[in-house]
Ligand binder design. Structure first.
Ligand code: PMP
Length: 456
């Protein structure tokens, strides 16, 4: 029964000390000053929760890195991985394999339009790398355009396309990347006051940028359907359709990055479904199998697939379509369909999280804006609602970041694990989150937000 594992868990200080010591001695952690972090040893996870060796249980409102859409340790997915491991662990990408073919079919069936061919990668950044390569070879053009407020991954091309300041230290400055401002009415770059104005001006800015760069040099525009890490920015009505029209006008490949937004997070299979838009290439990872085994990929349109019908696609990966990853994707997608998990995410968003977060915004002066859909929300925290000054400065580190660090600590004290990025806290539980869990999370946020209010 759910919750049973935690009920049976006994605090284990010796195990905690051993894990901590080995981690500190030998694990080099992502995005971190190694001497300034102290990673929490985790003993187990189930459903919407994980727990440490002292027996503190956390409601996972981060879904780790927004990937455990089906929750932790879903028994059907675990069983599928075990079954596949007993049958066939690995086979080169050149062979036809049952679980690989079935995963591709299930994904292609759900992606919009004619995105019917699937190239598998190990993660999101590799999906972006390959989508960009496909677009460059397909068009014979060199440049790719991306938005300043974006995150596309940490490999060579993906980090250059990323707008997030995490790019700065590893930006190679190579030619071929052109950045532009996407729409964001709350902090409009276009001095817009309505959504319609923001949309129109953002599209005009994009088209003007293309005309000055030279449309014949631009292979692709890549956008997150809903900008994720950089703040859960919902595109205004008409924006994505407008970008689609611009791409068609200039023969530019339209790439939608759904690594974070895809596979149920928005209460639809893909965020593109919310906006009725079909890209030429769609990148996915994370929710495709909730990250139980690393997996990502690119869904490819008929026209781009045709480019590589009689000439080889110049790229590949030893583990493309890895059987363990594909088996877990098949089980995840089938389980999400059978158990109505995407519908659950939509209902929790519409009935619990959306109204609950808006109600918190009425009482907490630190909440500048509430944005999102499904189980994909962010609170934009501010010092001052009038000026909209962010609670911490852009790219704050150390002492500057104290208000957000205090807010995050207050969440953890309430047993809530948040996803915090700059002045935002994302509210991103599993798509399987229950109404009771979502309400518990909102109550914990209510308490923790007092720490942010203290800085307004
Ligand atoms: N694209 C988007 C939109 C993402 O959110 C992420 C990861 N946060 C990536 C790409 C990169 O994915 P990965 O970390 O699996 O390489």
């Amino acid at each position: 029964a759910p919750g049973q594992r935690f009920a049976q868990f006994q605090p284990d200080p010796a195990a905690k000390a051993a894990v901590h010591a080995a981690d500190r001695a030998h694990v080099f952690h992502s995005w971190s000053a190694q001497g300034l972090i102290d990673p929490l040893p985790i003993a187990g996870a189930e459903g919407s929760y994980f727990w440490d060796y002292d027996g503190n249980r956390f409601l996972d409102f981060s879904s780790q890195l927004v990937n455990t859409n089906i929750g932790h340790q879903h028994p059907k997915v675990v069983a599928a991985i075990q079954e596949q491991a007993g049958r066939l662990c690995t086979l080169a990408p050149g062979f036809a394999v049952d679980v690989r073919a079935e995963a591709a079919r299930l994904i292609a069936e759900r992606t919009p339009g004619d995105l019917d061919k699937i190239f598998f990668t190990n993660a999101g950044a590799e999906a972006v790398e390959h989508a960009v390569r496909m677009a460059r070879v397909h068009t014979g053009r060199p440049k790719v355009m991306s938005a300043y407020r974006s995150y596309h991954g940490a490999t060579a091309a993906a980090i250059n396309l990323t707008g997030d300041p995490r790019r700065w230290a590893s930006d190679t400055g190579t030619a071929g990347v052109v950045r532009f401002w996407g729409p964001f009415l709350y902090r409009s770059h276009f001095h817009a006051t309505t959504e319609a104005e923001e949309c129109e001006r953002a599209l005009a800015h994009l088209e003007e940028t293309i005309l000055f760069e030279g449309p014949q040099s631009i292979a692709a525009i890549i956008l997150e359907t809903i900008v994720g890490t950089a703040g859960v920015l919902m595109p205004p009505a008409g924006y994505l359709a407008g970008v689609r029209a611009i791409c068609d006008r200039y023969g530019i490949v339209f790439i939608l990055d759904e690594v974070m937004a895809g596979f149920g997070r928005t209460g639809t299979w893909f965020a593109a479904d919310l906006f009725d838009v079909t890209p030429d290439l769609l990148t996915f990872a994370k929710g495709v199998n909730s990250g139980y085994v690393p997996l990502g990929g690119v869904a490819i349109s008929g026209a781009i697939a045709a480019t590589f019908d009689q000439r080889p696609y110049p790229g590949g990966l030893t583990y493309s379509g890895h059987p363990l990853a594909c088996a877990s994707a098949v089980a995840t997608i089938n389980t999400m369909a059978e158990e109505g998990i995407v519908e659950n995410a939509a209902r929790i968003g519409a009935d619990v999280l959306g109204p609950g977060l808006r109600e918190l915004a009425e009482r907490h002066p630190s909440i500048g804006e509430v944005r999102g859909a499904g189980v994909f929300w962010a609170l934009d925290l501010v010092r001052d609602r009038e000026t909209r000054e962010p609670l911490v400065p852009y790219n704050a580190t150390g002492a500057d970041n104290q208000p957000m660090a205090e807010f995050a600590a207050a969440c953890k004290k309430q047993g809530l694990w948040p996803f915090v990025n700059m002045n935002r806290t994302h509210v991103v539980p599993a798509c399987t989150v229950t109404e009771a869990e979502a309400k518990d999370g909102l109550a914990a946020l209510d308490e923790a937000l007092n720490a942010a209010d203290a800085h307004t």
